[in-house]
Ligand binder design. Sequence first.
Ligand code: DSN
Length: 434
Amino acid sequence: MTHPSPSSSPSSPNTLSHPALAAQDPELAALVGAEEQLQADTLRLIPSENYVSTAVLEASGTVLQNKYSEGYPGRRYYEGQQNIDPVERLAVDRAKSVFGVEHANVQPYSGSPANLAVYLAFAEPGDTVMGMALPMGGHLTHGWGVSATGKWFRGVQYGVRHDTGLIDFDEVRDLALKERPKLIFCGGTALPRTIDFAAFAEIAREAGSVLVADIAHIAGLIAGGAHPSPVPHADVISTTTHKTLRGPRGAMLMSREEHAKAIDKAVFPGLQGGPHNQTTAAIAVALHEASQPSFRDYAHAVVANARALAEALLARGFDLVSGGTDNHLILMDLTPKDVPGKVAAKALDRAGIVVNYNTVPYDPRKPFDPSGVRIGTPSLTSRGLGTQHMPTVAEWIDRGVAAARAGDEDALTKIRSEVADLMAAHPAPGLPTH
Ligand code: DSN
């Protein structure tokens, strides 16, 4: 299966390998060039990463960077906003249109500040909040102990069932009714299955809680119609813009109009100073791209690729949390392969396959040396790889994990060259041709 990728114009400024930077600071330019080469040559499987288009890259490198704009369009604390206000309005209007929401704030610097703003808007320090436990697939900012959200609030955490790897809604309901949290977060960073926003909303209603849908990982799938939308169900929607949505590193908060003031006040002046206007512009570009029919094809191709990859991995005896995937992400428990996740991830990196080691639910190992590896298909799909390539990807992972177990560096080197050949045939969006 093939599908359109974002354009990577060979005549774009990026193909000039940043001449001003190279002249001014060759040391830094060399590092950027090396990173471009690495991203071109490797199979990038980290599910929270992607390749942005040249247009998004250009927007985020503009002189909008030079401007302070504390406040909101039409209500700024600095003059000279003739061009910045329309940029932010464009981003906001496009977010509202792509996600079908009444209100959007595009200023949060990234996902963690966006979530902190939700706490500031709806809770007081010491309040009880509820989210999925980090080792179960949640996020630090959903009330996990080491995060400010777990230190300044009383975090109670739900997980997934040991036998199915799926969320147990009876457990979530019991906990919510017992604890009556101010906020309930759904969503996370290692969830391979569809999030049942309606079920969470019913529980939040019963418990009198504000439901926050953190869609950072799946925002692009939702925009492209490849995952159900939280919009009819969640009080607040939080997302980063740089994962499946394929925009710059940034974030957005969305809601119904009734929560608009509280959210805006929490982001600025509650938590942040001036918005990063160059990022706002790049978010606007990414949202424009996400509104195109080709992005629907992209979102569905991401899911089709993940399903095909999961099937190919299962056929090779891999143990996948929850037995497979509904979205862009696969969480593998490598215990049956007798290789710790970190050892496998480092070996795969040497083979040109970039993944991250990750805890699996009920992991007996420590987070810095866990049992699992997390992979996903957003980046490879952006390069135009399709379901027909997934058996090869699974074979490389299988050979890489076996080589990790055997300490076979030659096998890893051979995989690396095979990976580089396939990557050369599928140029990545936004990267210069070296
Ligand atoms: N760091 C992100 C991820 O990789 O999923 C979550 O914040």
